[in-house]
Design a protein around this ligand. Structure first.
Ligand code: GLU
Length: 271
């Protein structure tokens, strides 16, 4: 088993991240496998190096070890851009000049046929400064029946395996290359899971919906589909996801206040 913990340094890790790290590192330990640490910092508008440093400090404090060197996605932007090329050549992605708000409205509307027709501008004429979106209609044509059988295996918390079928069409034509950074989370995460030989993707259930898009990309690019396990989230006192809860304690604050990792585990690992 090779798995990974892949935080984005857009802020300090919070207690929920301790649970997520535990799930991945502990699964690897149990299976005598390996858990890699990957820093998902492609978004230079939001990621900061001091948050990356705090990730190393927090995880070390919690007692985790990982192979070095750590992969920093920001150092591989060109590799992610290269992945877009075969998708462009096959006509599976298309340039789009809409604003974020218009994109959100389109996704809410999910009027795909109309949308694709509207936006399929002549390529390469209008690509400067455009985002690139995955055409669900083109993917459907390209994969034929395979589009309706985008299967992957989800492992439950007791180790049971279940076959799931991804339904990426429900998200509309997602962006694979953002206008501002030229790449996207979807491309970087699937590329690296492939490159790093990840056999098990272990992450919070808030990311489960992304799996539908990731499995589609893996099929389009001919990459193996890892086993997925989406674990429950640590909830705040008000029942909201901790990251969104009113009080959002960082691990940095906890360690600097003299708390012990055991105190963190006592709150985040209780069923
Ligand atoms: N970097 C993503 C995050 O911090 C998680 C990546 C993944 O596991 O897919 O939310």
């Amino acid at each position: 088993m090779i798995t990974r913990f892949a935080p984005s340094p857009t802020g300090y890790l919070h207690w929920g991240h301790a649970r997520a790290a535990f799930e991945a590192f502990n699964a690897a330990r149990r299976e005598s496998g390996q858990c890699l640490l990957r820093i998902e910092d492609i978004d230079h508008t939001r990621c900061r190096p001091h948050f990356t440093d705090a990730i190393y400090q927090d995880l070390t404090w919690l007692g985790f070890h990982w192979p070095k060197p750590v992969r920093l996605q920001s150092q591989h932007i060109n590799a992610y851009k290269d992945i877009l090329m075969p998708l462009k050549i096959q006509g599976l992605i298309y340039p789009c000049h809409k604003t974020r708000a218009e994109v959100a409205a389109d996704n809410a509307r999910r009027d795909l046929a109309h949308y694709v027709k509207d936006l399929n501008e002549p390529y390469p004429k209008h690509t400067a400064g455009a985002a690139w979106r995955l055409s669900i209609a083109a993917c459907r044509d390209h994969l034929g029946e395979g589009f309706d059988n985008l299967n992957y295996i989800e492992q439950d918390k007791d180790g049971g395996l279940k076959t799931c079928t991804a339904n990426p069409a429900q998200f509309g034509d997602v962006i694979l290359a953002r206008k501002d950074i030229g790449v996207s989370y979807h491309i970087a995460v699937t590329h690296d899971d492939y490159l790093q030989g990840i056999t098990h993707v272990i992450r919070g259930e808030d990311l489960k919906a992304q799996t539908d898009i990731h499995v589609l990309l893996q099929k389009l690019l001919g990459w193996p589909v890892p086993i997925y396990h989406h674990h429950g989230l640590v909830m705040g006192a008000d029942g909201k996801k901790l990251a969104k809860a009113h009080h959002d304690p960082s691990l940095k604050a906890a360690r600097e206040s003299g708390m012990t990792p055991e105190q963190i585990w006592a709150s985040v690992l209780t069923p």
